[in-house]
Ligand binder design. Structure first.
Ligand SMILES: C[S@@+](CC[C@H](N)C(=O)[O-])C[C@H]1O[C@@H](n2cnc3c(N)ncnc32)[C@H](O)[C@@H]1O
Length: 335
């Protein structure tokens, strides 16, 4: 998930940058929304063309330092907001002029390596995982939610097959003292014994990060509200890093770009009210050259679609499709 930076050199590499620029054509000008500003990898390249404007969003207040520098250099072209991208529709005033919205999901290398954020199982100390603008932390989740709730979170958000036994051990162990990162990793290792190709704790930590940052509703509403603010012919682009994210993005684009039969009596009648034109059914992957330079880009997938009409009520199907995941996210109301 920390896929935009090369871990060994700590140099920042915006994932699939060349491909994204060739799709959005910033040289032709326009207003672009960078929903996941991070270190500004995409914004920087767009701003080089002085006929562009960039509205950048990031939930992490630590991005403000880099954003301030961008503001100094591109005062008239750039604005940064410390907000969540699920609220993108509330941020943009002139909704009819947005040429492209980009979401580069996940975390930056800087965030993973920041011990205060406690995102990694390699960290020591208290569990946290808040990226910014959160209501609760991983410490609350692990130390307060019931065994059943933890099991659901690990099963659905981490696809962890040992969810049940890990949740039981957590609840048994936390009676003695609150669990921190090391104790949680110890419990997971004690259940899973041997480490395979990926670290034993990867799936449980992924599940906790998704839950703490409400990544399912962020993505679902981020997609819906981004689609609403795009101009006709505007482009929505999403870079995802794990299968759960990609499943949501793929379904969203596919279901809103398909010809649906509108009547069983007239099967040849097509739904002409599609929201998107999907140019490619398959995602775009980083080239071997990019993966060689930035190893962690290897799990990235880019999907994009072009908005073709101003249909406004299109969200009920996607909300229904992912209702189980949204329901599990709502377990946080108990905290
Ligand atoms: C992979 S990094 C983006 C890197 C960026 N494209 C670049 O080239 O510098 C993902 C960023 O998205 C931010 N983010 C994640 N979820 C978010 C959300 N729901 N709303 C706003 N920002 C979010 C993270 O804080 C992080 O900075």
């Amino acid at each position: 998930m920390n896929a935009t930076i090369l871990p060994t050199s700590e140099k920042h590499y915006p994932v699939l940058l060349k491909e994204i620029l060739s799709i959005i054509s910033p040289q032709n000008g326009g207003t672009f929304i960078d929903c996941t500003f991070g270190q500004g990898g995409y914004s920087k390249e767009i701003l080089k063309f002085n006929n562009t404007k960039v509205i950048a969003i990031d939930r992490d207040p630590d991005c403000k330092g880099i954003a301030d520098k961008f503001k100094q250099q591109y005062a008239k072209q750039f604005v940064f907001l410390n907000k969540k991208f699920s609220e993108v529709d509330k941020i943009v005033n002139d909704k009819s002029k947005i040429k492209a919205v980009i979401l580069d999901l996940g975390y930056s290398y800087a965030q993973i390596k920041d011990p205060k954020k406690g995102l990694s199982f390699e960290n020591t100390g208290q569990l946290n995982m808040r990226l910014g603008l959160n209501n609760f932390s991983a410490d609350d989740v692990v130390n307060k939610l019931s065994q059943k709730d933890l099991e659901l979170i690990f099963k659905y958000f981490g696809e962890e097959k040992d969810s049940k036994i890990i949740s039981k051990r957590i609840v048994d162990q936390r009676i003695k003292s609150n669990l921190n990162t090391q104790k949680l990793v110890y419990i997971i290792n004690s259940v899973k014994k041997k480490s395979g190709r990926i670290h034993n704790a990867t799936k449980i930590f992924q599940a906790l990060r998704i839950f703490v940052n409400k990544e399912i509703s962020e993505l679902v509403y981020g997609l819906i509200n981004s689609a609403k603010i795009l101009d006709v012919n505007g482009i929505l682009l999403v870079v995802s890093f794990h299968s759960l994210e990609d499943k949501i993005v793929k379904y969203f684009f596919k279901s809103l770009s398909e010809d649906k039969k509108i009547s069983r009596y007239y099967p040849e009648e097509k739904n002409l009210n599609k929201l998107f034109n999907l140019k490619l059914k398959k995602p775009i992957y980083p080239t071997p050259k990019e993966i060689k330079i930035n190893k962690s880009s290897r799990s990235a997938k880019l999907r994009y679609a072009i908005k073709i009409n101003n249909k406004i009520n299109f969200e009920s199907d996607i909300l229904k499709k992912f209702s189980k995941l949204l329901e599990i996210e709502n377990l946080s109301k108990k905290l």
